[in-house]
Structure formats: structure tokens, C-alpha cells
Ligand binder design. Structure first.
Ligand SMILES: [Zn+2]
Length: 245
């Protein structure tokens, strides 16, 4: 099974159905859905999470929605996260510290991350080229919150992937979601960390149109067993969000 752990959906876009059919035509059977935009004030209300959760309800067993909050809102952000998980049945938290303009290891974010740890949900953090969320700052957070399930989306991207591997080596609670980084990076990740610490995702449809094909080709080119490929393509993410596959 192919479980795409990194997609974005603009729930008002009239061509969503087309995108979903395209993903399914490539064999994608389940997706983790993030929302369309992340800005400093984009999640100062519950509405964007409400909209994404409602959109995902149209695709039961296919689309698993992930919440985001604005950490600068302090205790309200923590409450909004708890509401999204317990009331709206969203399956994790996505944070993009660069776009949302906060420091991953700052006090506001730590309060939200502590809540995520106690809710036992994965946190998808965009750890790439932003000084707000380098892989080493993710490692700092992972060490302070050892039960937090931290997933580094883009796995350090083109420039920081070696740092992402180092962070994951230091912290067992970090998993790398490989999309948008080079094939050489993905090969090293799997070799040094093992297939159980690497997750497939495409960033579709917000990335280039052939993102799913490209990212699948990366996984398929790895010299690994079929059981290891299954871990990367589906089992690791399914276990993180408690979905039977
Ligand atoms: Zn993305």
C-alpha cells in the first residue's frame, strides 16, 4: 500500500477531486492532509482546522487531516490543538516555524509541543532551510521531550539533510519524512537509520505536478527489501497515526 504522509489541500479549490483521482491512479490509497497555507496569523482561529477536518470527512479511510496552531497565541494555541485532536479527530500537528514566524525551541512552541506529547500525536515539523527550525533545533526539542514523536518533513531538504540524519541518530523519537531532498540524502537516511525511521511523502499538490511520481521513484530505486519498502511507503506513518493497514 502507498500511504502519502505529506500532502496539502486547498479545500476550496474546485480541482481537488481531480488531484485526488490522479493520486489514486498512481496507487496512493491513503494520505495525510495538511492545510494550504501557513503564516504568522493564519491559525489564530479554529476555522482553518475546522475547514480541513470537514473536507477530510468526505474521504473516510483515505484522507487523515492534520491540525496546525499559531504558537504565539499561548494557552489558546494549546487549547485549540486539544480541541482539534479530541473534537475534530485530526491525527497530528503540523508546524512550519519559518512561515509561521516562531522559534521551534522557543517557550511558546514548547507549550504546544508538550501538549502534543501528552496527546500522543506526531508533530510534523518543516525542518529545512529556516533558521527557526534547523534539524539541530529539532534535536534540542526531541531531547527535552523524549516521548514526543517528531517527524521532520523534507528531512532537512537539499541543504540540511546530513544534519537531519545526525539529529535522528541522536534522538530515537525523530523520524525523517523524505520529500524535496535529493536521492543521495534519502539513500544515506535509509542506510544510516534504517527503513523504520524514514517515511514517504510527496508534498502534492502544492509541489510540482509530478511530485508523487518523482518521490515514488526515489523509494523504488533504493536497494532494500520489499518489507523495508513497505515500511517507508506505508507502515511507519500508519503506526504513527494509529491507522490499521
Ligand atoms: Zn509541505
Amino acid at each position: 500500500m502507498i500511504f502519502d504522509a505529506h500532502t496539502h489541500w486547498d479545500f476550496q479549490h474546485e480541482r481537488n477531486e481531480e488531484g485526488i483521482r490522479y493520486a489514486q491512479s498512481l496507487g496512493v490509497e491513503k494520505i495525510v492532509a495538511f492545510g494550504p497555507g501557513f503564516g504568522p496569523n493564519s491559525h489564530n482561529s479554529r476555522q482553518p482546522n475546522e475547514d480541513l477536518a470537514t473536507f477530510a470527512e468526505k474521504y473516510p479511510g483515505f484522507m487523515y487531516p492534520v491540525a496546525t496552531v499559531s504558537p504565539a497565541m499561548g494557552s489558546e494555541a494549546v487549547e485549540n490543538l486539544r480541541w482539534a485532536i479530541t473534537e475534530k479527530h485530526m491525527v497530528g500537528l503540523k508546524l512550519a516555524p519559518g512561515a509561521q514566524a516562531f522559534r521551534l525551541a522557543g517557550d511558546d512552541a514548547m507549550a504546544v509541543l508538550e501538549e502534543a506529547q501528552s496527546l500522543d500525536i506526531p508533530v510534523f515539523v518543516c525542518a529545512s532551510t529556516s533558521a527557526h527550525s534547523t534539524p539541530s533545533s529539532a534535536a534540542l526539542v526531541a531531547r527535552n521531550l523524549p516521548r514526543l514523536k517528531l517527524v521532520l518533513t523534507h528531512a532537512g531538504s537539499a541543504n540540511y539533510w546530513a544534519d537531519a540524519i545526525r539529529a535522528a541518530k541522536r534522538c530515537d523519537n525523530i523520524t525523517l519524512l523524505s520529500c524535496g531532498n535529493p536521492l543521495a540524502g534519502m539513500r544515506r537516511m535509509v542506510k544510516e537509520l534504517g527503513a523504520e525511521r524514514v517515511i514517504f511523502g510527496s508534498d502534492f499538490p502544492c509541489a510540482y505536478p509530478y511530485a508523487i511520481n518523482y518521490e515514488l521513484a526515489k523509494v523504488n530505486s533504493l536497494d532494500i527489501s520489499e518489507a523495508e519498502r513497505e515500511r517507508i511507503l506505508c507502515k511507519n506513518i500508519a503506526e504513527l497515526i494509529n491507522v490499521e493497514v
